[in-house]
Design a protein around this ligand. Structure first.
Ligand code: ZN
Length: 241
């Protein structure tokens, strides 16, 4: 009886041991499954993060710093339009409208290089954007040409990083102005060459063209144009963030 019960005890012990090993195996494999799947999940944000750094996207409660640059001003009148009005007044009026609309969105912190008819050097406009660490720089202009028949909307960029931004704003702008599409072009304007963030220069239309100028000087056209610029900015930042 003693021997028999010892054998039974050994068998029970062996069964227990085998069950225990199997149990440990099952637990280990399920834990490693959970581990590897959580690793996959953890890797997703980290693959997006480097792109965010490239675009200098603010985190947490920080906001996108947008610098709006009303072209010319003060001693520099800019283009003289068909009616004798100056570009500096058009750019300031439109830029103020863009600023008011963009400020309504909490995601953006809006800065203007000038808010009145004052002279601001091109270097100071760039300096302001770079010292702020801007996320985008938008210079607003009205175009001029010796041939009054030339009309249409042009959007300029200089760095490759600025192209997508230029393209997005241009699309919205074209729809709003209803002017001829003169394209997204590379241009070596100082303000868009030397600003560190993506930077674009908008030539909304030709002030030397009668029909473009009449539209551009109307309050209604400026409101629609301002909204289009804001839509372009928002659309771009939604895509990259
Ligand atoms: Zn200009």
């Amino acid at each position: 009886m003693k021997r028999l019960s010892r054998t039974r005890a050994n068998r029970s012990y062996m069964l227990f041991l085998i069950s225990f090993i199997i149990l440990v195996g099952v637990i280990w494999s399920s834990v490693s499954l959970v581990d590897s799947s959580s690793e996959v999940n953890q890797q997703l944000p980290s693959t997006i993060a480097p792109n965010k750094d490239v675009n200098n996207i603010p985190t947490g409660t920080e906001r996108f710093k947008i610098v709006l640059d009303a072209g010319h001003g003060g001693h520099d009148p800019g283009a003289e339009g068909a009616s004798g009005n100056y570009e500096r007044d058009y750019t300031l009026s439109l830029t103020k409208k863009v600023s008011e609309l963009l400020q309504q969105d909490d995601r953006f912190e809006v800065h203007m290089t000038r808010t009145e008819d004052t002279s601001v050097s091109l270097g100071d406009r760039v300096k302001m954007a770079n010292e702020l660490g801007s996320n985008a720089f938008i210079s607003i202009h009205g175009n001029t040409f010796t041939d009054a028949n030339v009309s249409g909307t042009e959007t300029y960029y200089y760095t490759d990083e600025s192209f997508a931004f230029a393209d997005e704003v241009h699309k919205h702008l074209l729809e709003a102005t209803g002017f001829k599409d003169r394209g997204v072009r590379k241009g070596d304007w100082k303000v868009i060459m030397e600003t560190n963030s993506p930077a674009i220069l908008l030539e909304i239309g030709y002030l030397t063209n009668n029909s473009n100028e009449t539209a551009m000087l109307s309050d209604e056209h400026q409101n629609v144009t301002a909204q289009a610029i804001v839509d372009g900015i928002k659309s771009h930042f939604i895509q990259i963030s």
